[in-house]
Design a protein around this ligand. Structure first.
Ligand SMILES: NC(=O)c1ccc[n+]([C@@H]2O[C@H](COP(=O)([O-])OP(=O)(O)OC[C@H]3O[C@@H](n4cnc5c(N)ncnc54)[C@H](OP(=O)(O)O)[C@@H]3O)[C@@H](O)[C@H]2O)c1
Length: 348
């Protein structure tokens, strides 16, 4: 590394609210064996970024300084030894950039293992690329945990299945609707407002149910009289009862969030009666096989135009410049509707 500061990065060196974030200049990092360096155009912000920074998921900083952000998109501008499959000049989407690493995507450059910089197919935009990582990989994992499969997603792999996505206007919910619909499932989703209903429908949900104002379980049962095969769930603490009412025997629930609490109560008899499978999902510990499958299938869905973003596709873009990363974190923490993006650099 040279001694001249030559990239802008937003960093923090202690846990806390978003005021710990500051814009600094740092040396551009060098890729080592098996790594690539990506010049970022757009970064995606997820709840995991502010939760980690705030100390909700970490008790101390694993590095003296962290630039936050798991997701982003940009251009490979340097490769380390031993790298194949991705080259300088490739447009890529980046995942897990800050996982066990100090420099995430709120930075002009990040360095990641080569398999975490994935070529963007065709003319897919950096906005799409920066919206993939955490949401789409989590959604992919959630959609592939049923005991009867599929373990991979592609067109037709969920034909004949009915999937319930709770919270369909959320970032993960949006990706789950898009991936499930692309794979051929009938998609039912729950939302809490007319605005969110319109977004979930724009994402491709076939049926939309307001879980606050309607009798959600009765509505879902009338929409899916044979029951739900698979639930992609954002709020199992609140939704366990609903799920037990609508699930098909031998159905599965993928629970990926602890929304609104820490402990869940299940009616054992009901879930036993159903031979139900409850699968908890965490991106960071899903294992290599699920991660590789997710990367390949998500990229294939992008190539098919199935993971588009923007309000017309059910995911409004909320943009912040790099120097306003703190405001971007606050927007996600405060439940922004849509995808919060950071414009890092204009690469086009
Ligand atoms: N396990 C993992 O690997 C993983 C990966 C990604 C995200 N997460 C977690 O998943 C959660 C969501 O992430 P996100 O990025 O999708 O956040 P988001 O964009 O803010 O979406 C959250 C959604 O949940 C909905 N919701 C809340 N309570 C609900 C309920 N009882 N029933 C139905 N929907 C409900 C919200 O809608 P309303 O407010 O209108 O209900 C909102 O649309 C966060 O807690 C995040 O940390 C976990």
């Amino acid at each position: 590394m040279g001694s001249v500061p030559d990239m802008r990065a937003v960093v923090y060196s202690k846990l806390g609210d978003s005021s710990v974030l500051e814009l600094v200049e740092r040396d551009v990092p060098e890729p080592h064996w098996g790594e690539v360096r990506v010049r970022l155009g757009v970064a995606g912000v997820n709840p995991t970024d502010w939760k980690f920074r705030a100390g909700a998921t970490a008790s101390s900083l694993p590095f003296p300084e962290i630039s936050p952000g798991q997701d982003g998109a940009g251009v490979v501008d340097a490769v380390g030894n031993g790298v194949s499959g991705v080259s300088v000049g490739d447009r890529v989407w980046v995942l897990l950039a800050q996982h066990d690493r100090p420099i995430g995507t709120a930075s002009e450059y990040t360095v990641v293992p080569a398999e975490q910089a994935v070529r963007l197919p065709g003319s897919a935009s950096y906005d799409v690329g920066a919206s993939l990582g955490v949401p789409a990989m989590t959604a992919h994992r959630a959609l592939t945990i049923h005991e009867d499969g599929p373990s991979r997603l592609g067109t037709g792999t969920l034909d004949g299945r009915t999937v319930l996505v709770t919270g369909g206007a959320g970032a993960v919910g949006h990706a789950a609707i898009q991936l499930a619909a692309w794979a051929g499932a009938t998609v039912v989703t729950t939302i809490s407002s007319d605005e969110k209903a319109a977004l979930a429908a724009a994402a491709g949900a076939h049926h939309v149910v307001n879980y606050r104002s309607d009798d959600a379980a009765a509505q879902i049962k009338s929409l899916a009289p044979d029951g739900i095969d698979l639930v992609v769930d954002v709020a199992i603490i609140q939704n366990a009862g609903l799920v037990a009412e609508v699930l098909k025997p031998r159905g599965a629930i993928a629970a990926y969030a602890n929304t609104g609490g820490t402990e869940v109560t299940l009616t054992v008899r009901e879930f036993m009666r159903l031979n139900a499978r409850l699968q908890f999902v965490l991106l960071y510990t899903m294992g290599d096989a699920a991660a590789h499958a997710g990367i390949e299938d998500v990229t294939a869905a992008v190539a098919d135009g199935a993971l588009e973003v923007g309000e017309e596709h059910g995911l409004p873009m909320l943009r912040y410049p790099l120097e306003e990363t703190a405001a971007a974190h606050d927007a996600v923490e405060n439940g922004a509707v849509g995808k919060v993006l950071i414009d890092v650099a204009d690469l086009d």
